[in-house]
Design a protein around this ligand. Sequence first.
Ligand code: HPA
Length: 288
Amino acid sequence: MNPKIAVIARVGAHRPFEAAGLEQLGVQVLETPYGPSRPLHFFRHKGLEFALLSRHGEAGYEISAPFLNAKANLYALKALGIQKILAWVAPGSLQEELAPGDLVIPHDVLDEGRGGPHTFFTGVGWGFIRHNPLFCPEMRASLLESLQGVPFKVHPQGVYVATTGPRLETAAEIRKFRVLGGDLVGQTLVPEVFLARELEFCYAALTYVVNYAEGLLNRPYQPGVLFEGLATPEEMAKVSALEAAFPELILKVLPALAAAPRACPCPRLLERYRLRGDIGEDWRTWVR
Ligand code: HPA
């Protein structure tokens, strides 16, 4: 087994693949200097091996975003020889045209959160890494291409505003994020994307909108229902339809993502520090 691509998804993401009868290659929890990783599930589909990790839990939503151990999960993927990561993420929308149940391939991030740890490079001199393009351009192009023809609206770009949860935003915060140029709001892509760059992964996100963000539309507060009334039953039905298509969407995009040649900047994000002799070839010596 030698998977080079991984999907970091949300909750119990291995189950629909198992239910679809995909060939299962095993499950592993890796011990890392940052603690244990989430379980890594390995599958093979038409000759393509891939790893799958659920950030928030195996059976249910066990860990909220600010308490995810992104460093342990990314360390484990790197240790396994993974080169590319597709992040499956479910943000809110800051724009009416990005509707619940739509797919968005974000191209940039506004970090408006207060979380950490944001770096593997604590207390050392390396890590001044350029962050434009933020997401792997090769993977983003491949996603756009392979999503042609899916029965969902696909938005080719979006600015993801990262906040620190687990609470949702105030209406004033959402108004501010719109002024700043945000399109989506969520709690999971940061610090994951920044940490992934420090390990020179190719990393791109495929997001699907789950709700209009607070205050964008007139949504009275309803205790006891999902999102307390922030999303309507019709919107939630669209989101459920998209979620049901998760395994097909992933299997549709993975072959081209895996085949992309890595002619992008991602494998050499730390080249300057290698050339300068600050870091060696073995990535395990870079991280703290
Ligand atoms: N805000 C923050 N995170 C989210 C939201 C939201 O509206 N929806 C899904 N994740």
